[in-house]
Design a protein around this ligand. Structure first.
Ligand SMILES: *Cc1c(COP(=O)(O)O)cnc(C)c1O
Length: 425
């Protein structure tokens, strides 16, 4: 039996209808932007393995640091104990995060980073003696798959069975170009009505919604309203962090600074699961008390795992290197050139680009037709040796920063091929 067949007999995969799923592709090795399958075929990883990989697969520098850490200290309970990787990573992150962030709380992934931020926000108001109940979020947002994270995410088909278990959230529309004024009005109405604890948002790019983009100007206006009405702000930079949008963090495009930031995905360069929630002194200080009930009672068995933190430090060094900064510009420039070309072609509704993220929305006349087309497009790209995973009628490129120009050209060529498939069918 092949690896894929052994998998299929016992493993339940994420976001996968197992009844109709094709055999998974067994990957045996990765190097730079390439993945190698069991059958010898090679693939360009144009989606950075679910948006996590920054510097390429099996990066030798990260591997070396991880191996060394494994032989030094693999794990220790993080209540009452600490270690060098946790401290160094926290120091490194605070140096580059938006101004005002001063404390680092570790957890395991993006969803837990969001849970922690929500708990910090809700308990902040309880601790200072003015409990507030409501959370504001974008209607199409995605903040993770645990219950709190699902609650502040879009009420989509993905979460439908759980709707009655999710707490109420005040949703506002995504302020895409043309809709800014309406969103500002919606936020203002909720702010004036009061009882709002926090506003959580994906800054500039809503990933799972289909790489939906909006401007820093309108987000600044929304944050200004929040600050005027004493509403805490939570920047979910799980996807946008570490250079994805062209700057180290999407929040760096803004004048206003968030109270809390959630990080994961690129945090370890895509090597290990790790989550971080950071906050400013205002939040942190509200938990300092002789009264033990004001403690943040949250933690995970693997909180601040030293090996994951070591990977985080290594990845951070690579991220702030000149080479990576040049790569961010190179990819953004090439994306722009390709965007200009493809947006003229028939069958294309919209092309969006922000830094290293490129999204192409195909015109979709009929949804059922398109759900079939999604598989057709995916399979076509796989045949070409390119991993491009459409979100409905939207195809996006979010590559490792080490992707070469030749590899990018092959990705673009594959997208042109998809466009041809659409107009010809
Ligand atoms: C992926 C993602 C999450 C959830 O992270 P997981 O590590 O998958 O739990 C949260 N927020 C955003 C913006 C994300 O893109």
């Amino acid at each position: 039996m092949s690896l894929a067949q052994r998998d299929q007999s016992i493993i339940w995969h994420p976001y996968t209808q197992m009844k109709t799923a094709e055999l998974p592709v067994a990957i045996v090795r990765g190097e730079s932007a390439l993945l190698y399958a069991e059958d010898g075929k090679e693939y360009i990883d144009a989606v950075a393995s679910w948006w996590v990989n920054l510097h390429g697969h099996a990066h030798p520098y990260i591997a070396e640091k991880v191996a060394k850490q494994l032989q030094t200290l693999e794990h220790v309970i993080f209540a009452g104990f600490t270690h060098q990787p946790a401290v160094e990573l926290a120091e490194g992150l605070l140096k580059i995060l938006p101004e005002g962030q001063s404390k680092v709380f570790y957890s395991d992934n993006g969803s837990t980073a969001v849970e922690v931020a929500l708990k910090m926000a809700i308990q902040y108001w309880a601790n200072i003696g003015t409990p507030k109940k409501k959370i504001i979020a974008f209607r199409d947002s995605y903040h993770g798959d645990t219950f709190g994270a699902m609650a502040v995410s879009s009420r989509s088909a993905f979460t439908a069975p759980f709707w009655s278990y999710l707490f109420d959230v005040s949703f506002i529309d995504v302020p895409t170009p043309g809709n800014e004024a309406e969103t500002i009005n919606q936020l203002e109405a909720f702010a004036i009505a009061g009882d709002v604890a926090a506003f959580i948002y994906e800054p500039l790019v809503l990933g799972t919604a289909g790489m939906v983009m909006y401007t820093p100007e309108v987000l600044d206006r929304l944050m200004q309203i929040c600050q005027q009405h004493n509403i805490l702000t939570i920047a979910d930079e799980v996807m946008t962090g570490f250079g994805r949008t062209g700057k180290l963090f999407a929040s760096h495009y803004l004048q206003h600074k968030p109270d809390m930031v959630c990080l994961s995905k690129g945090l370890t360069g895509g090597t290990m699961a790790l989550g971080v929630t950071t906050c400013n002194d205002k939040i942190y200080d509200a938990f300092l008390a002789d009264d033990k009930s004001k403690t943040l009672f949250h933690g995970h068995s693997y909180t601040a795992n030293p090996v994951a933190c070591a990977a985080g430090i290594a990845s951070l060094e690579l991220t702030i290197s000149q080479e990576t900064q040049q790569n961010l510009e190179r990819i953004a420039t090439r994306h722009q050139t390709f965007a200009e070309e493809i947006k003229q072609l028939p069958g294309i509704r919209e092309v969006r680009q922000q830094g290293t993220i490129l999204a192409i929305e195909f015109a979709d006349e009929s949804t059922s037709y398109f759900s079939n087309l999604r598989d057709t497009l995916y399979n076509y790209a796989m045949e070409q040796g390119v991993i491009l995973r459409p979100l409905g009628n939207i195809i996006y490129v979010i590559p490792p920063y080490c992707i070469t120009n030749e590899q990018l050209d092959k990705v673009y060529k594959t997208i042109r091929g998809m466009q041809q498939l659409i107009v010809n069918c």
